[in-house]
Design a protein around this ligand. Sequence first.
Ligand SMILES: [Zn+2]
Length: 297
Amino acid sequence: MGELLKRIEGNTYYIEGPVNTGVYVYGNNRCMVVDTGSSEDWGRKIYKALEAEGLRLNLIINTHSHADHFGGNNLLVKRTGAEVAATAIEAAIISSPYLEPFYLYSAHPPKFLQNKFLMGKESPVDRIIAPGKLELEGAEVDIVDLKGHSPGQIGVGTPDGVLMTGDACFSAQIAQKYKLLYFTNIGDTLDTLKNIKETDYSYYLPCHGDLETDIRAVVDVNLNAINEVMGIIRWELLRPMTREELGSAVSERLDIQLNRTQYYLNQSCLAAYLSYMTDLGMVKGRIEGRRMVWEAV
Ligand SMILES: [Zn+2]
């Protein structure tokens, strides 16, 4: 295979990029890809890599609906007629990308949030898939439940012992640096991270980061970051404060610089922590003086 397609094992390859694209070849030079990068340009790059090897693209699987994971869909669909598959909730956003800035802002978002990081170009989704076995013509892959970073996120396991993990966990370097990693459901994320540690694939391909043979150390760094953030939130909430004030306090503690896009991502992520910690009885929210304040229990 050429230089763009890197072989991982057997019929499983990837195209390296800011968002890695997984490739699985089956049958008579057919293939499927997992995630298509952030833009039409990435779609073109993927198309060229497959074309150079005489591969016919039949299926695109999107692990989840963040804009940097389905940007190449339209170009690939137009040129190859491939089908697009995603889980139900992610398919809703991939086909109506306005929903992403809408949920982050919780109403019609101002134009500065309708940007290329938060809102991709809409793509058709032809097949709704769910965790379990997925039949390809003459082959089969595992669709693995990896929800947490996004509510319907999945990974794809190939018969060559490779698990493509989407954004289920971040590289050790990113996790150590930022700590406040983007997860929208902390309970599901913890379950997903523990489940990943119990799998025994030979290779793990995250969308952001390097191919790993043992992902457990990386998962542990992610778990430590989550525990550290929970500790900071509990500590800060010894003094009752609003989510706005908590966001400011946590960003200061972790030395996080914010632009407006990052601010809304961070607020969303903090909302996920507050929801999880409230349901566990660690913190509580109440109305005080017409403000919603949060405090440690
Ligand atoms: Zn993502």
